[in-house]
Ligand binder design. Structure first.
Ligand SMILES: [Zn+2]
Length: 291
């Protein structure tokens, strides 16, 4: 018989998401690709006393199997002095989601954004039933957040969230957190997203479920400040950290084109990841939440 690992912080994190709405801060979910970048983010969170979410996406699952990710994230959680939520990002395959829930992820995201509304509702409800039965929280998407680099594929259809649909979706699926499309776009390298605050407020009138914004590297710092008192409880950040790492690594090679030692080459790039994560979490009002 399968013994399920204990999801130490899941109920705690769900509770924290609700409190984020009430107390005007926003949690950061960071995409991670290995143990070293994940650990830097945890160190940043510990330094400022912030709960944090480590997110594993499709690219990361191509690098390491999902069960290994669950073990790795749970190991980081056990050693951390702040709550760390291990999250599976954008997944469409229900078999993969079930495996992640059983392997010990704290939360999963089912992405039915490319499905017709009825089918998105039906499949999301299926994931919610399965995941909640295993003590795992579920994020789902209504509307569809676009990709600035075309990573969604040629057939990907981006669409702003319809507030009435968001309300119905939340009611009929029982989802814990709702990812919405209000001008945010994945993979932006500059802060050029045009956030539609009126649309956000319309969505807020339709549902009380905590909201999530993907593609937050592209959101202006000033807009992020304006998002703090809204129902947005988590923002996903990937590109900002990948840029911090990659651009610093390039500089390291420019200093010494013959360099080959991984531990030396990665020292500064990893430090930049930690600094960027700390900066983002501080800006989002997360510092000092955990005393
Ligand atoms: Zn996303």
């Amino acid at each position: 018989m399968l013994t399920l690992p204990k999801n130490k912080f899941q109920p705690f994190f769900t509770d924290l998401m609700t409190k984020a709405v009430q107390q005007n801060h926003i949690f950061a979910g960071f995409n991670v690709f290995s143990l070293d970048d994940a650990y830097e983010i945890v160190k940043a969170a510990e330094k400022i006393g912030a709960p944090v979410m480590l997110m594993v996406n499709k690219l990361a699952v191509d690098l390491f199997p999902i069960d290994m990710w669950a073990d790795a994230l749970n190991m980081l959680t056990r050693h951390a002095s702040v709550p760390v939520c291990g999250h599976l990002d954008h997944t469409t395959d229900l078999t993969v989601l079930e495996r992640a829930c059983k392997a010990g992820f704290d939360s999963v995201m089912f992405d039915g954004s490319q499905l017709p509304l009825e089918e998105n509702i039906r499949q999301t409800r299926q994931v919610v039933e399965l995941a909640h039965g295993l003590g795992v929280a579920v994020e789902a998407e209504i509307g569809a957040v676009g990709y600035s680099d075309g990573a969604g594929g040629a057939a990907y259809h981006a669409a702003k969230t319809d507030p009435a649909e968001a309300g119905r979706f939340a009611r009929e699926t029982g989802v814990d957190w709702l990812a919405v499309s209000i001008g945010n776009v994945h993979r932006m390298e500059t802060q050029d997203a045009v956030i539609n605050f009126d649309l956000l407020h319309e969505i807020e009138r339709e549902t009380e479920v905590p909201l999530v914004l993907h593609g937050s590297t592209g959101i202006k710092d000033g807009d992020m400040q304006k998002l703090l008192p809204t129902h947005v409880a988590k923002v996903n950040i990937g590109t900002a950290l990948r840029m911090a790492f990659g651009n610093t690594l390039r500089q390291e090679f420019e200093k010494d084109a013959a360099a080959f030692d991984r531990s030396k080459l990665f020292r500064l790039p990893l430090q930049r990841i930690r600094e960027e994560a700390e900066k983002k979490m501080t800006m989002l009002g997360c510092a000092g939440i955990i005393k």
